[in-house]
Design a protein around this ligand. Structure first.
Ligand code: BGP
Length: 489
Protein backbone atom coordinates (compact mmCIF):
# COMPACT_ATOMS: atom_id res chain seq x y z
CA UNK A 1 0.00 0.00 0.00
CA UNK A 2 1.44 3.34 -1.01
CA UNK A 3 1.11 5.84 1.80
CA UNK A 4 0.99 8.91 -0.41
CA UNK A 5 -2.13 7.50 -2.09
CA UNK A 6 -3.81 7.13 1.27
CA UNK A 7 -2.99 10.71 2.17
CA UNK A 8 -4.52 11.83 -1.12
CA UNK A 9 -7.80 10.17 -0.33
CA UNK A 10 -10.73 12.48 0.21
CA UNK A 11 -12.78 9.78 1.96
CA UNK A 12 -13.10 10.41 5.70
CA UNK A 13 -10.76 8.43 7.94
CA UNK A 14 -13.48 6.21 9.41
CA UNK A 15 -15.32 5.74 6.16
CA UNK A 16 -17.33 2.53 6.08
CA UNK A 17 -16.46 0.34 3.10
CA UNK A 18 -18.85 -2.53 2.96
CA UNK A 19 -20.99 -5.02 1.14
CA UNK A 20 -24.64 -6.03 1.43
CA UNK A 21 -26.60 -9.23 1.16
CA UNK A 22 -30.15 -10.27 2.13
CA UNK A 23 -31.37 -13.39 3.90
CA UNK A 24 -33.95 -14.32 1.26
CA UNK A 25 -31.38 -14.20 -1.54
CA UNK A 26 -28.57 -16.01 0.23
CA UNK A 27 -29.55 -18.22 3.18
CA UNK A 28 -31.59 -20.96 1.52
CA UNK A 29 -32.49 -23.63 4.11
CA UNK A 30 -36.06 -22.48 3.66
CA UNK A 31 -37.53 -25.10 5.96
CA UNK A 32 -34.67 -25.78 8.28
CA UNK A 33 -34.68 -25.50 12.05
CA UNK A 34 -38.33 -24.51 12.16
CA UNK A 35 -38.32 -21.73 9.57
CA UNK A 36 -41.57 -21.28 7.65
CA UNK A 37 -42.23 -19.91 4.18
CA UNK A 38 -41.70 -16.28 3.19
CA UNK A 39 -43.17 -14.43 0.24
CA UNK A 40 -39.76 -14.43 -1.44
CA UNK A 41 -39.99 -18.21 -1.72
CA UNK A 42 -43.10 -17.85 -3.85
CA UNK A 43 -41.18 -16.00 -6.56
CA UNK A 44 -40.74 -18.29 -9.53
CA UNK A 45 -37.49 -18.07 -11.45
CA UNK A 46 -37.98 -16.11 -14.67
CA UNK A 47 -36.03 -15.13 -17.71
CA UNK A 48 -35.83 -11.56 -18.93
CA UNK A 49 -39.18 -11.62 -20.79
CA UNK A 50 -41.22 -8.54 -19.99
CA UNK A 51 -44.48 -10.46 -19.62
CA UNK A 52 -43.04 -12.88 -17.09
CA UNK A 53 -41.37 -10.02 -15.32
CA UNK A 54 -44.64 -8.12 -15.11
CA UNK A 55 -46.39 -11.18 -13.68
CA UNK A 56 -43.64 -11.54 -11.15
CA UNK A 57 -44.30 -8.04 -9.92
CA UNK A 58 -47.97 -8.89 -9.44
CA UNK A 59 -48.36 -11.99 -7.31
CA UNK A 60 -52.00 -12.89 -6.82
CA UNK A 61 -53.61 -15.14 -4.23
CA UNK A 62 -53.79 -17.97 -6.79
CA UNK A 63 -50.10 -17.64 -7.59
CA UNK A 64 -49.21 -17.76 -3.91
CA UNK A 65 -51.42 -20.84 -3.39
CA UNK A 66 -49.77 -22.52 -6.36
CA UNK A 67 -46.30 -21.78 -4.94
CA UNK A 68 -47.30 -23.14 -1.53
CA UNK A 69 -48.34 -26.43 -3.09
CA UNK A 70 -45.24 -26.70 -5.26
CA UNK A 71 -42.47 -28.08 -3.10
CA UNK A 72 -39.93 -28.20 -5.93
CA UNK A 73 -37.05 -26.03 -4.85
CA UNK A 74 -35.59 -25.75 -8.35
CA UNK A 75 -38.42 -23.53 -9.58
CA UNK A 76 -37.96 -21.17 -6.65
CA UNK A 77 -34.25 -20.39 -6.29
CA UNK A 78 -34.72 -18.24 -3.18
CA UNK A 79 -35.55 -21.45 -1.35
CA UNK A 80 -31.97 -22.54 -2.02
CA UNK A 81 -30.15 -19.21 -1.92
CA UNK A 82 -26.40 -19.80 -1.98
CA UNK A 83 -26.73 -21.95 1.13
CA UNK A 84 -25.34 -19.14 3.30
CA UNK A 85 -27.20 -20.71 6.24
CA UNK A 86 -24.53 -23.40 6.17
CA UNK A 87 -21.61 -21.60 4.54
CA UNK A 88 -21.79 -18.32 6.46
CA UNK A 89 -18.55 -18.90 8.33
CA UNK A 90 -16.32 -19.44 5.30
CA UNK A 91 -18.23 -16.83 3.29
CA UNK A 92 -17.83 -14.12 5.91
CA UNK A 93 -14.15 -14.93 6.31
CA UNK A 94 -13.64 -14.70 2.55
CA UNK A 95 -15.63 -11.47 2.29
CA UNK A 96 -13.58 -9.98 5.14
CA UNK A 97 -10.41 -10.62 3.14
CA UNK A 98 -11.33 -7.59 1.04
CA UNK A 99 -10.73 -5.50 4.15
CA UNK A 100 -14.36 -4.36 4.36
CA UNK A 101 -15.22 -2.83 7.71
CA UNK A 102 -18.98 -3.18 7.32
CA UNK A 103 -21.18 -6.12 6.42
CA UNK A 104 -24.89 -5.62 5.82
CA UNK A 105 -27.22 -8.60 6.04
CA UNK A 106 -30.84 -9.17 6.97
CA UNK A 107 -32.56 -11.37 9.51
CA UNK A 108 -35.33 -13.68 8.33
CA UNK A 109 -38.44 -12.89 10.35
CA UNK A 110 -39.98 -16.30 9.54
CA UNK A 111 -36.89 -17.98 10.97
CA UNK A 112 -37.00 -16.09 14.25
CA UNK A 113 -40.80 -16.19 14.54
CA UNK A 114 -41.99 -19.14 12.43
CA UNK A 115 -45.65 -18.56 13.15
CA UNK A 116 -48.07 -15.95 14.35
CA UNK A 117 -48.56 -17.33 17.84
CA UNK A 118 -44.90 -17.49 18.59
CA UNK A 119 -44.43 -15.77 21.91
CA UNK A 120 -40.98 -17.18 22.26
CA UNK A 121 -38.53 -16.70 19.44
CA UNK A 122 -36.96 -19.69 17.76
CA UNK A 123 -33.71 -20.12 19.66
CA UNK A 124 -32.09 -22.09 16.84
CA UNK A 125 -32.62 -19.19 14.46
CA UNK A 126 -31.22 -16.68 16.90
CA UNK A 127 -28.18 -18.88 17.48
CA UNK A 128 -27.54 -18.72 13.74
CA UNK A 129 -27.61 -14.92 13.76
CA UNK A 130 -25.49 -14.86 16.94
CA UNK A 131 -22.85 -16.74 14.98
CA UNK A 132 -23.14 -14.51 11.90
CA UNK A 133 -22.62 -11.43 14.07
CA UNK A 134 -19.80 -13.10 15.96
CA UNK A 135 -18.02 -13.89 12.69
CA UNK A 136 -18.44 -10.29 11.50
CA UNK A 137 -16.95 -8.88 14.68
CA UNK A 138 -14.16 -11.45 14.70
CA UNK A 139 -13.29 -10.41 11.16
CA UNK A 140 -13.38 -6.69 11.97
CA UNK A 141 -16.60 -5.93 10.13
CA UNK A 142 -19.27 -3.78 11.71
CA UNK A 143 -22.60 -5.57 11.23
CA UNK A 144 -25.44 -3.50 9.76
CA UNK A 145 -28.75 -5.31 10.07
CA UNK A 146 -31.76 -4.91 7.80
CA UNK A 147 -34.70 -6.13 9.84
CA UNK A 148 -37.07 -6.73 6.95
CA UNK A 149 -35.71 -7.29 3.46
CA UNK A 150 -38.39 -8.45 1.00
CA UNK A 151 -39.22 -11.61 2.95
CA UNK A 152 -42.49 -11.16 4.76
CA UNK A 153 -43.59 -14.41 6.44
CA UNK A 154 -46.44 -16.01 4.50
CA UNK A 155 -48.42 -16.56 7.71
CA UNK A 156 -48.80 -12.78 7.97
CA UNK A 157 -50.43 -12.70 4.54
CA UNK A 158 -52.59 -15.74 5.27
CA UNK A 159 -53.78 -14.67 8.68
CA UNK A 160 -53.66 -10.90 8.62
CA UNK A 161 -53.74 -10.01 4.93
CA UNK A 162 -50.52 -7.98 4.91
CA UNK A 163 -49.12 -4.73 6.26
CA UNK A 164 -52.38 -2.80 5.91
CA UNK A 165 -53.50 -4.66 9.03
CA UNK A 166 -52.29 -2.72 12.08
CA UNK A 167 -51.72 -5.93 14.00
CA UNK A 168 -48.60 -6.48 11.88
CA UNK A 169 -47.04 -3.43 13.56
CA UNK A 170 -47.14 -5.22 16.94
CA UNK A 171 -45.64 -8.38 15.51
CA UNK A 172 -42.86 -6.40 13.88
CA UNK A 173 -42.09 -4.49 17.07
CA UNK A 174 -41.97 -7.70 19.02
CA UNK A 175 -39.42 -8.99 16.48
CA UNK A 176 -37.41 -5.75 16.77
CA UNK A 177 -37.49 -5.94 20.56
CA UNK A 178 -35.92 -9.40 20.51
CA UNK A 179 -33.19 -8.26 18.11
CA UNK A 180 -32.37 -4.96 19.81
CA UNK A 181 -32.04 -6.64 23.21
CA UNK A 182 -30.12 -9.67 22.05
CA UNK A 183 -27.65 -7.72 19.93
CA UNK A 184 -27.21 -4.74 22.23
CA UNK A 185 -23.59 -3.64 22.16
CA UNK A 186 -22.90 -5.78 19.08
CA UNK A 187 -25.03 -4.22 16.37
CA UNK A 188 -25.22 -0.44 16.17
CA UNK A 189 -26.65 0.19 12.70
CA UNK A 190 -30.18 -0.93 11.81
CA UNK A 191 -32.47 -0.50 8.81
CA UNK A 192 -36.08 -1.41 9.70
CA UNK A 193 -37.19 -1.84 6.07
CA UNK A 194 -35.15 -2.39 2.95
CA UNK A 195 -36.01 0.17 0.25
CA UNK A 196 -39.27 1.18 1.89
CA UNK A 197 -40.32 3.24 -1.14
CA UNK A 198 -40.36 0.18 -3.41
CA UNK A 199 -43.70 -0.83 -1.94
CA UNK A 200 -45.66 1.32 -4.32
CA UNK A 201 -44.38 -0.79 -7.22
CA UNK A 202 -43.67 -4.10 -5.47
CA UNK A 203 -46.39 -4.42 -2.87
CA UNK A 204 -46.26 -8.19 -2.63
CA UNK A 205 -42.68 -8.62 -1.55
CA UNK A 206 -42.61 -5.61 0.73
CA UNK A 207 -46.13 -5.32 2.12
CA UNK A 208 -47.61 -8.75 1.50
CA UNK A 209 -50.54 -7.23 -0.37
CA UNK A 210 -51.50 -9.66 -3.10
CA UNK A 211 -52.29 -8.20 -6.49
CA UNK A 212 -55.83 -7.33 -7.48
CA UNK A 213 -56.92 -4.98 -10.21
CA UNK A 214 -58.93 -2.64 -8.01
CA UNK A 215 -59.08 0.76 -6.39
CA UNK A 216 -59.01 -0.91 -3.01
CA UNK A 217 -55.71 -2.63 -3.83
CA UNK A 218 -54.04 0.74 -4.40
CA UNK A 219 -55.57 2.21 -1.28
CA UNK A 220 -54.37 -0.75 0.78
CA UNK A 221 -50.80 -0.13 -0.40
CA UNK A 222 -50.79 3.40 1.01
CA UNK A 223 -52.42 2.24 4.23
CA UNK A 224 -49.79 -0.47 4.57
CA UNK A 225 -47.04 2.06 3.92
CA UNK A 226 -48.43 4.28 6.65
CA UNK A 227 -48.30 1.31 9.00
CA UNK A 228 -44.67 0.69 8.03
CA UNK A 229 -43.81 4.33 8.68
CA UNK A 230 -45.38 4.09 12.09
CA UNK A 231 -43.59 0.78 12.72
CA UNK A 232 -40.28 2.41 11.67
CA UNK A 233 -40.82 5.30 14.07
CA UNK A 234 -41.76 2.97 16.92
CA UNK A 235 -38.76 0.75 16.15
CA UNK A 236 -36.52 3.84 16.19
CA UNK A 237 -37.93 4.83 19.59
CA UNK A 238 -37.43 1.34 20.96
CA UNK A 239 -33.89 1.05 19.55
CA UNK A 240 -32.87 4.34 21.17
CA UNK A 241 -34.44 3.35 24.51
CA UNK A 242 -32.67 0.00 24.55
CA UNK A 243 -29.29 1.41 23.56
CA UNK A 244 -28.58 5.08 22.97
CA UNK A 245 -25.77 4.09 20.62
CA UNK A 246 -28.18 2.55 18.17
CA UNK A 247 -28.40 4.34 14.82
CA UNK A 248 -31.50 3.78 12.75
CA UNK A 249 -31.60 4.46 9.04
CA UNK A 250 -34.48 5.00 6.65
CA UNK A 251 -33.64 3.41 3.33
CA UNK A 252 -34.94 3.95 -0.18
CA UNK A 253 -34.20 2.36 -3.50
CA UNK A 254 -33.24 5.49 -5.40
CA UNK A 255 -35.07 6.52 -8.55
CA UNK A 256 -32.96 9.22 -10.09
CA UNK A 257 -35.40 10.90 -12.43
CA UNK A 258 -34.49 12.95 -15.52
CA UNK A 259 -36.98 14.62 -17.87
CA UNK A 260 -36.88 13.38 -21.47
CA UNK A 261 -36.89 16.95 -22.79
CA UNK A 262 -36.93 20.50 -21.36
CA UNK A 263 -40.61 20.66 -22.29
CA UNK A 264 -42.34 21.96 -19.12
CA UNK A 265 -44.83 19.07 -19.21
CA UNK A 266 -41.96 16.54 -19.12
CA UNK A 267 -40.22 18.43 -16.34
CA UNK A 268 -43.40 18.50 -14.28
CA UNK A 269 -44.08 14.78 -14.85
CA UNK A 270 -40.52 14.03 -13.75
CA UNK A 271 -40.85 16.16 -10.64
CA UNK A 272 -44.01 14.30 -9.67
CA UNK A 273 -42.37 10.91 -10.19
CA UNK A 274 -39.40 11.99 -8.13
CA UNK A 275 -41.53 13.27 -5.26
CA UNK A 276 -43.69 10.18 -5.15
CA UNK A 277 -41.04 7.57 -5.74
CA UNK A 278 -37.98 8.99 -4.00
CA UNK A 279 -38.97 11.59 -1.48
CA UNK A 280 -42.37 10.61 -0.15
CA UNK A 281 -41.06 7.93 2.23
CA UNK A 282 -38.02 9.92 3.31
CA UNK A 283 -40.04 13.08 3.88
CA UNK A 284 -42.17 11.13 6.35
CA UNK A 285 -39.34 9.22 8.01
CA UNK A 286 -36.69 11.91 8.06
CA UNK A 287 -38.68 15.13 8.36
CA UNK A 288 -41.42 13.42 10.37
CA UNK A 289 -44.28 14.85 8.35
CA UNK A 290 -46.55 13.74 5.56
CA UNK A 291 -45.72 15.95 2.56
CA UNK A 292 -48.48 18.06 0.98
CA UNK A 293 -48.13 16.38 -2.42
CA UNK A 294 -48.96 12.93 -1.10
CA UNK A 295 -51.90 14.14 0.98
CA UNK A 296 -53.17 15.79 -2.16
CA UNK A 297 -52.65 12.57 -4.13
CA UNK A 298 -54.71 10.67 -1.52
CA UNK A 299 -57.47 13.26 -1.81
CA UNK A 300 -57.52 13.19 -5.59
CA UNK A 301 -57.64 9.40 -5.69
CA UNK A 302 -60.20 9.10 -2.89
CA UNK A 303 -57.85 7.07 -0.76
CA UNK A 304 -58.93 7.06 2.88
CA UNK A 305 -55.87 6.31 4.96
CA UNK A 306 -56.33 5.67 8.66
CA UNK A 307 -53.71 7.75 10.44
CA UNK A 308 -54.44 8.76 13.98
CA UNK A 309 -53.15 11.99 15.52
CA UNK A 310 -51.10 9.84 17.86
CA UNK A 311 -49.46 8.05 14.87
CA UNK A 312 -48.37 11.39 13.41
CA UNK A 313 -46.98 12.48 16.76
CA UNK A 314 -44.92 9.29 17.05
CA UNK A 315 -43.65 9.72 13.49
CA UNK A 316 -42.71 13.34 14.19
CA UNK A 317 -40.88 12.51 17.42
CA UNK A 318 -38.92 9.53 16.12
CA UNK A 319 -37.19 10.46 12.90
CA UNK A 320 -34.38 8.38 11.42
CA UNK A 321 -30.74 9.01 12.32
CA UNK A 322 -29.32 8.53 8.85
CA UNK A 323 -30.45 8.09 5.26
CA UNK A 324 -29.73 4.85 3.46
CA UNK A 325 -30.04 4.42 -0.26
CA UNK A 326 -29.36 1.93 -2.96
CA UNK A 327 -28.42 3.20 -6.40
CA UNK A 328 -28.13 1.18 -9.58
CA UNK A 329 -29.36 3.32 -12.44
CA UNK A 330 -31.21 6.45 -13.42
CA UNK A 331 -34.57 6.77 -15.16
CA UNK A 332 -36.13 9.07 -17.72
CA UNK A 333 -39.72 10.28 -17.55
CA UNK A 334 -42.01 12.07 -19.97
CA UNK A 335 -45.54 13.43 -19.77
CA UNK A 336 -46.57 11.16 -22.63
CA UNK A 337 -44.71 7.91 -23.19
CA UNK A 338 -46.73 6.74 -26.24
CA UNK A 339 -44.40 5.37 -28.88
CA UNK A 340 -41.28 5.83 -26.77
CA UNK A 341 -38.80 3.04 -26.23
CA UNK A 342 -39.02 1.76 -22.67
CA UNK A 343 -36.46 -0.10 -20.63
CA UNK A 344 -36.36 -1.77 -17.23
CA UNK A 345 -35.33 -0.05 -14.06
CA UNK A 346 -35.53 -1.70 -10.67
CA UNK A 347 -39.21 -2.82 -10.38
CA UNK A 348 -40.48 -0.56 -13.17
CA UNK A 349 -40.37 0.36 -16.83
CA UNK A 350 -39.00 3.77 -17.76
CA UNK A 351 -38.14 5.71 -20.91
CA UNK A 352 -34.79 4.85 -22.45
CA UNK A 353 -32.04 7.42 -22.09
CA UNK A 354 -30.19 7.79 -25.43
CA UNK A 355 -27.02 8.90 -23.66
CA UNK A 356 -26.57 5.85 -21.45
CA UNK A 357 -25.61 2.23 -21.84
CA UNK A 358 -27.65 -0.47 -20.17
CA UNK A 359 -26.96 -3.77 -18.46
CA UNK A 360 -28.31 -6.92 -20.05
CA UNK A 361 -31.45 -6.44 -17.96
CA UNK A 362 -32.01 -2.93 -19.31
CA UNK A 363 -30.90 -1.04 -16.20
CA UNK A 364 -29.24 2.14 -17.44
CA UNK A 365 -25.74 2.77 -16.21
CA UNK A 366 -25.24 6.30 -14.96
CA UNK A 367 -22.38 6.99 -12.53
CA UNK A 368 -23.03 10.76 -12.52
CA UNK A 369 -26.54 9.98 -11.29
CA UNK A 370 -24.90 8.86 -8.06
CA UNK A 371 -23.42 12.33 -7.44
CA UNK A 372 -26.69 13.96 -8.42
CA UNK A 373 -28.63 11.71 -6.03
CA UNK A 374 -26.28 12.21 -3.08
CA UNK A 375 -26.41 15.98 -3.47
CA UNK A 376 -30.19 15.95 -3.70
CA UNK A 377 -30.63 13.75 -0.64
CA UNK A 378 -28.19 15.74 1.45
CA UNK A 379 -29.66 19.05 0.41
CA UNK A 380 -33.14 17.88 1.37
CA UNK A 381 -32.43 16.00 4.60
CA UNK A 382 -29.03 17.18 5.95
CA UNK A 383 -28.38 13.80 7.50
CA UNK A 384 -25.45 11.40 7.05
CA UNK A 385 -25.84 9.29 3.93
CA UNK A 386 -25.16 5.57 3.70
CA UNK A 387 -24.95 4.05 0.23
CA UNK A 388 -26.19 0.56 0.99
CA UNK A 389 -26.31 -0.99 -2.47
CA UNK A 390 -24.64 -0.31 -5.80
CA UNK A 391 -23.45 -2.82 -8.33
CA UNK A 392 -23.70 -4.43 -11.73
CA UNK A 393 -25.66 -7.58 -12.57
CA UNK A 394 -23.78 -9.58 -15.22
CA UNK A 395 -23.64 -13.10 -16.61
CA UNK A 396 -20.06 -13.75 -15.48
CA UNK A 397 -18.16 -16.63 -17.02
CA UNK A 398 -15.89 -18.84 -14.97
CA UNK A 399 -12.91 -19.93 -17.04
CA UNK A 400 -9.92 -21.76 -15.69
CA UNK A 401 -10.89 -20.89 -12.14
CA UNK A 402 -10.93 -17.16 -12.95
CA UNK A 403 -13.48 -14.45 -13.65
CA UNK A 404 -12.10 -11.40 -15.40
CA UNK A 405 -14.90 -8.96 -14.61
CA UNK A 406 -13.35 -5.77 -15.94
CA UNK A 407 -16.88 -4.47 -16.75
CA UNK A 408 -17.77 -4.65 -13.04
CA UNK A 409 -14.57 -2.94 -11.99
CA UNK A 410 -15.32 -0.22 -14.51
CA UNK A 411 -18.89 0.19 -13.17
CA UNK A 412 -17.85 0.29 -9.53
CA UNK A 413 -14.87 2.54 -10.15
CA UNK A 414 -16.95 5.13 -12.01
CA UNK A 415 -19.58 5.12 -9.29
CA UNK A 416 -17.08 5.43 -6.44
CA UNK A 417 -15.45 8.36 -8.27
CA UNK A 418 -18.83 10.07 -8.19
CA UNK A 419 -19.19 9.32 -4.48
CA UNK A 420 -15.82 11.01 -4.08
CA UNK A 421 -17.04 13.96 -6.13
CA UNK A 422 -20.13 14.24 -3.94
CA UNK A 423 -17.93 14.29 -0.84
CA UNK A 424 -15.93 17.07 -2.49
CA UNK A 425 -19.22 18.87 -3.12
CA UNK A 426 -19.67 18.87 0.66
CA UNK A 427 -22.07 15.93 1.04
CA UNK A 428 -21.73 13.95 4.27
CA UNK A 429 -21.36 10.39 2.93
CA UNK A 430 -20.36 7.89 5.63
CA UNK A 431 -20.67 4.52 3.95
CA UNK A 432 -20.36 2.80 0.60
CA UNK A 433 -21.61 -0.78 0.64
CA UNK A 434 -21.72 -2.53 -2.70
CA UNK A 435 -24.20 -5.11 -3.84
CA UNK A 436 -22.86 -7.60 -3.41
CA UNK A 437 -19.72 -9.11 -1.93
CA UNK A 438 -20.84 -12.55 -3.15
CA UNK A 439 -23.11 -13.81 -5.94
CA UNK A 440 -26.63 -14.52 -4.79
CA UNK A 441 -30.11 -14.97 -6.20
CA UNK A 442 -31.51 -11.94 -8.00
CA UNK A 443 -34.33 -10.24 -6.18
CA UNK A 444 -36.28 -9.23 -9.27
CA UNK A 445 -35.87 -12.27 -11.52
CA UNK A 446 -34.86 -14.99 -9.06
CA UNK A 447 -32.01 -15.96 -11.36
CA UNK A 448 -28.59 -17.02 -10.18
CA UNK A 449 -27.08 -15.89 -13.46
CA UNK A 450 -27.69 -12.21 -12.70
CA UNK A 451 -24.49 -11.98 -10.71
CA UNK A 452 -23.30 -8.99 -8.70
CA UNK A 453 -20.63 -10.54 -6.50
CA UNK A 454 -16.94 -9.95 -5.98
CA UNK A 455 -16.96 -13.67 -5.22
CA UNK A 456 -18.31 -16.11 -7.80
CA UNK A 457 -20.52 -18.95 -6.61
CA UNK A 458 -20.49 -21.94 -8.92
CA UNK A 459 -24.21 -22.54 -8.97
CA UNK A 460 -26.75 -22.48 -11.79
CA UNK A 461 -30.32 -21.20 -11.99
CA UNK A 462 -31.83 -24.40 -10.61
CA UNK A 463 -29.40 -24.93 -7.77
CA UNK A 464 -26.94 -27.27 -9.53
CA UNK A 465 -23.17 -26.83 -9.53
CA UNK A 466 -20.24 -27.34 -7.18
CA UNK A 467 -21.17 -24.27 -5.03
CA UNK A 468 -17.46 -23.54 -4.86
CA UNK A 469 -16.47 -19.92 -4.28
CA UNK A 470 -13.92 -18.09 -6.51
CA UNK A 471 -12.53 -14.60 -6.13
CA UNK A 472 -13.23 -12.47 -9.20
CA UNK A 473 -10.80 -9.80 -10.42
CA UNK A 474 -13.11 -7.21 -8.85
CA UNK A 475 -12.43 -8.75 -5.44
CA UNK A 476 -8.74 -7.79 -5.57
CA UNK A 477 -9.58 -4.42 -7.06
CA UNK A 478 -12.02 -3.57 -4.20
CA UNK A 479 -9.44 -4.76 -1.66
CA UNK A 480 -7.01 -2.20 -3.02
CA UNK A 481 -9.66 0.53 -3.01
CA UNK A 482 -10.28 -0.16 0.68
CA UNK A 483 -6.58 -0.40 1.54
CA UNK A 484 -6.05 3.06 0.13
CA UNK A 485 -9.31 4.40 1.58
CA UNK A 486 -10.48 5.19 -1.93
CA UNK A 487 -7.16 6.85 -2.80
CA UNK A 488 -6.42 4.29 -5.52
CA UNK A 489 -9.41 3.57 -7.68
C1 BGP B 1 -32.55 -4.01 -4.64
C2 BGP B 1 -32.72 -5.03 -3.53
C3 BGP B 1 -31.71 -6.10 -3.47
C4 BGP B 1 -31.06 -6.48 -4.78
C5 BGP B 1 -30.95 -5.37 -5.80
C6 BGP B 1 -30.66 -5.82 -7.20
O1 BGP B 1 -33.79 -3.47 -4.94
O2 BGP B 1 -32.71 -4.36 -2.28
O3 BGP B 1 -32.25 -7.15 -2.73
O4 BGP B 1 -31.37 -7.70 -5.24
O5 BGP B 1 -32.08 -4.54 -5.84
O6 BGP B 1 -31.84 -6.26 -7.82
P1 BGP B 1 -31.92 -7.59 -8.66
O7 BGP B 1 -31.45 -8.65 -7.74
O8 BGP B 1 -33.34 -7.73 -9.04
O9 BGP B 1 -31.03 -7.39 -9.81
Amino acid sequence: MKKDKVINSIFPKNFLWGGSIAACQSEGAWKEDGKTMTISEAFHSIDGSKEKRRRQMMITKDMLDEAKKDQDIRNYPKRIGIDFYHTYKEDIKLIAETGMNLFRFSIAWARVFPNIDCKNPNEKALEFYDKVIEECLKNNMEPLVTISHFDLPVYIIDELGGWDNRKVIDLFLNFCDVLFKRYKGKVRYWIPFNEINMSVKAAQKTLGILYEDSHEYKERIFQALHNQYLASALATKKAHEIDENNQIGAMIGAFVAYPLTPKPEDVLATMNEELQRNFYSLDVLSKGEYPYYILNYFRKNHFIIQMAEEDLKIIKENCCDFIGTSYYSSSVFAANTDGLELTSANVSLVVKNPYLESSEWGWQIDPIGMRYLLNKLYDRYKKPLFILENGLGYKDVLFDGKIHDTYRIDYLKKHIIEVKNAIEDGVDVRCYALWSPIDLISSGTSEMSKRYGLIYVDQDNIGGGSKKRYKKDSFLWYKRVIETNGGLL
